[in-house]
Ligand binder design. Structure first.
Ligand code: SAM
Length: 237
């Protein structure tokens, strides 16, 4: 998979791309992430990417010219069209189901906004799908872009040590993840449940399922009612 990220602050993503799962995905050549500073496509000598809004009001708006020029340099008309994602609080909220669908794409282009957002003609002219990471407002699309890249990278086959481990995560089914324990079996008087020490795999599976159900009832009862985070594998537990 190749992901192109358009941003005027590529430095925000550079450290992230060199760490953890995303670095492993790139080293294994399962993922290529290319950063594009669309300020380089600005037309004037000051490399201006924003301007005052027509009609007045506070804040600045991202100009269309640098973003159009960057996209036109990136997307060849004779190549298969990439999926195009616009980071925006107005978009539909990202879910694990959506991330899993995106992880099947060959090429994704992500546009990161800043200031008050984008000149509307960017939305009108390009087939962007708008993606929000939640009902709150950040100062730029770079953190949402990192959320997207990370959540996609860990689903690419071969990236995680055990591909099955992602399938057992919260939001892959209707239940949240079950509790986990590691050594020591006794930590400051807090004991690991006996069932996990007994070696009976069927009993362990049954305990984990009941714990996951209880945790979901307590923390996210909406998931049990097929709530907003409708899980991709719902019904398979
Ligand atoms: C300050 S925000 C603009 C907010 C815009 N005026 C609004 O009210 O919808 C600047 C940029 O940050 C990014 N952004 C902020 N919050 C976001 C969110 N919840 N999800 C995705 N992107 C977000 C978008 O790229 C947005 O264009």
């Amino acid at each position: 998979m190749r992901i192109d990220v358009l941003t005027i602050f590529p430095g925000i993503l550079e450290g992230f791309l060199n760490g953890s799962i995303v670095r492993i995905a790139q080293e294994k050549r399962l993922l290529e992430v290319v950063l594009h500073d669309f300020r380089q496509f600005a037309l004037d000598k000051h490399r201006t990417v924003d301007d005052k809004p027509f009609g007045g009001g506070p804040g600045m708006v991202l100009k269309p010219e640098p973003i159009f020029a960057c996209l036109e340099a990136l997307i060849a008309p004779d190549q298969p069209a990439p999926r195009m994602l616009l980071m925006s609080p107005c978009g539909s909220t990202l879910t694990q189901k959506r991330v899993r669908a995106l992880s099947k794409d060959e090429r994704i282009v992500i546009l990161c906004g800043r200031y008050e957002g984008y000149d509307e003609r960017i939305r009108l002219a390009w087939p962007f799908e708008e993606v929000s990471i939640g009902d709150y407002v950040l100062s730029g699309g770079e953190v949402p872009a990192m959320v997207l890249v990370d959540s996609i990278a860990r689903l690419l086959p071969g990236v995680l040590g055990h591909d099955l481990s992602a399938l057992q995560d919260s939001f892959e089914g209707p239940l949240l993840d079950h509790p986990h324990y590691t050594r020591p079996a006794d930590f400051r008087g807090m004991q690991v449940p006996d069932v996990l020490l007994g070696g009976d795999h069927a009993k362990v599976a049954s305990w984990r399922h009941s714990q996951a159900l209880e945790r979901t009832r307590l923390l996210r009862p909406d998931l049990l009612r097929g709530g907003p985070n409708e899980a991709p594998n719902a019904g398979q537990v």
